[in-house]
Design a protein around this ligand. Structure first.
Ligand SMILES: Cc1cc2nc3c(=O)[nH]c(=O)nc-3n(C[C@H](O)[C@H](O)[C@H](O)COP(=O)(O)OP(=O)(O)OC[C@H]3O[C@@H](n4cnc5c(N)ncnc54)[C@H](O)[C@@H]3O)c2cc1C
Length: 449
């Protein structure tokens, strides 16, 4: 059986490995527009910020590893059409022409949303994605004095943190009142914004981008915003991720309300024999049961594994998501799971809240960091429906744990009574999650729950 995969990102590479494992005698062919596959784009902002010394270590495997694994990757090759009736794709580049398939997996990923303002064809606008382009842009950063980052998305937060490390005067513009406003609450990002201010970042919130300005030679010289003009040698576009669904839509494959390809739990699309995975699809939210699109590399990889296994004749399912997230921003780590207060309120989801400030290690142990934990629960049942955190360390582990707690229906009472590790270098006597749950119960006059 021949499985053709469109996309060499986390979704496509996860699918290729799984398809190969599920069908050892089958053929697995991957097409990617890029010169490389299987590198971690997630590391690019940290090379720009000089925390990671070079781009080479972002590659997960050399090209020969895929050849040896029996995965036939065609680089710099574009799929321009899909005929689901005849089961062929049309390919431009290496191996040009029509290529047949028995199973097709779409892992075409995302594009950054078009800022939709004049000047978007100017030089000096950086969309962070392809590693070869990132290597070229990294040299540009050496010459850059002033940069504007457009939108405080997760990538925006990373780039705003990275650029000052290069001595670049960094401006952030965002139409919302605070950073990462669609995911994080203001009390969670407040310390991050304070630390950016200490790093010299100029923040322009409630500010809309109106145009990229031409220096007269086709290069950007700045941006016009609703708050006035800002000069810039470089503009980093960090708008939200939109699914690349054009191929699927043209082939008549069902597209959902978010623009993502609709799949079932086996990652099968509306067309028999066609699967999809990664940022080009939508999947249901475990709490709200609404479709979500544009999650993370770890989601894309896991979805690719499910799609590849099923395409190869195996059987695996993907479950609804609870979206644990976490990142370094400024001098802090922030993170959470499912809903924060702002999002829950915006969606009209009733909730009660418990907040606590705690510490990451024993009080007397060096380098002990503060941690703020906020828990959201359903009134009445007290089932956990979300969490938000900011602290100096330990955010990732808590976000993963809390995602599982939401998934299995843990309540504030369960969390108020959780058993925790107390070891001076690893954790404090009082776990901040338990403190937040205890505070919530005390606020509800249900401390005995
Ligand atoms: C700068 C950056 C930082 C990130 N940081 C994180 C992080 O910290 N944590 C995290 O979990 N995730 C992170 N991500 C991952 C990211 O947000 C996505 O979730 C992930 O890249 C999605 O993988 P994907 O395979 O679905 O799509 P993509 O990575 O978008 O890959 C799409 C692939 O499809 C190919 N393609 C598309 N159309 C065609 C076509 N017609 N023909 C041929 N090839 C085609 C492209 O060449 C590419 O290989 C980061 C991404 C970037 C760019």
């Amino acid at each position: 059986m021949k499985t053709v995969i469109v996309g060499g990102g986390a979704g496509g590479i996860g699918a290729a490995g799984a398809a190969r494992a599920a069908d050892r005698s089958g053929e697995v062919v991957v097409y990617t527009e890029f010169e490389d596959a299987a590198y971690s784009p997630c590391g690019i902002p940290y090379v720009h910020g000089k925390e990671i010394p070079d781009f080479e270590r972002l590659f997960l495997a050399g090209k020969e590893a895929y050849v040896e694994a029996g995965i036939d990757i065609h680089y710099s090759t574009r799929v321009t059409g899909i005929d689901v009736g005849r089961r062929v794709v049309t390919v431009e580049g290496e191996g040009e022409g029509e290529v047949g398939w028995d199973r097709l997996i779409l892992a075409t990923g995302f594009d950054y949303a078009d800022p939709g303002v004049p000047g978007s064809d100017l030089e000096g606008l950086y969309y962070v994605k392809n590693i070869r382009r990132a290597m070229e842009w990294d040299k540009v950063l050496d010459q850059t004095k002033v940069a504007v980052v457009v939108e405080a998305s997760p990538l925006g937060l990373e780039m705003v943190t990275a650029l000052p490390h290069r001595g670049i005067e960094t401006h952030l513009i965002d139409p919302h009142p605070w950073a990462l406003a669609e995911a994080a609450d203001p009390d969670i990002v407040g310390p991050v914004e304070d630390s950016w201010a200490e790093m010299g970042v100029k923040m322009h919130f409630n500010t809309a981008l109106e145009a990229f300005l031409d220096d007269g030679r086709g290069h950007v010289r700045g941006v016009r915003t609703s708050g006035g003009e800002l000069p810039a040698d470089l503009v980093v576009i960090c708008t939200k991720k939109v699914p690349r669904n054009d191929l699927a839509a043209a082939a008549g494959i069902q597209i959902g309300s978010t623009g993502g390809i609709v799949v079932d739990e086996r990652m099968a699309t509306s067309v028999s024999g066609v699967y999809a995975a990664g940022d080009c699809i939508e999947v249901p939210h475990g709490v709200a049961n609404i479709p979500l699109q544009g999650l993370s590399g770890s989601h894309a990889y896991a979805q690719g594994k499910v799609a590849g296994t099923n395409a190869g004749g195996g059987r695996r399912s993907y479950q609804p998501v609870y979206v644990p997230w976490g990142m370094v921003a400024g001098k802090w780590m922030i993170g959470g799971v499912a809903f924060g207060e702002t999002l829950a309120a915006a969606l009209g989801i009733p909730h009660v809240v418990g907040v606590a400030e705690g510490i990451s290690r024993a009080r007397y142990y060096p380098d002990n960091k503060t941690l703020r934990v906020k828990l959201l629960a359903e009134p009445g049942s007290l089932r956990l429906i979300g969490a938000q955190m900011v602290g100096g360390e330990g955010i990732k582990e808590r976000a993963d744990f809390l995602a599982m707690a939401v998934k299995i229906g843990a309540t504030l009472t369960d969390l108020a009574n959780l058993e925790n590790v107390y070891s001076p270098p690893l954790g404090a006597l009082n776990e901040p999650i338990a403190l937040a749950a205890q505070n919530a119960l005390a606020g509800l006059n249900r401390p005995g729950d």
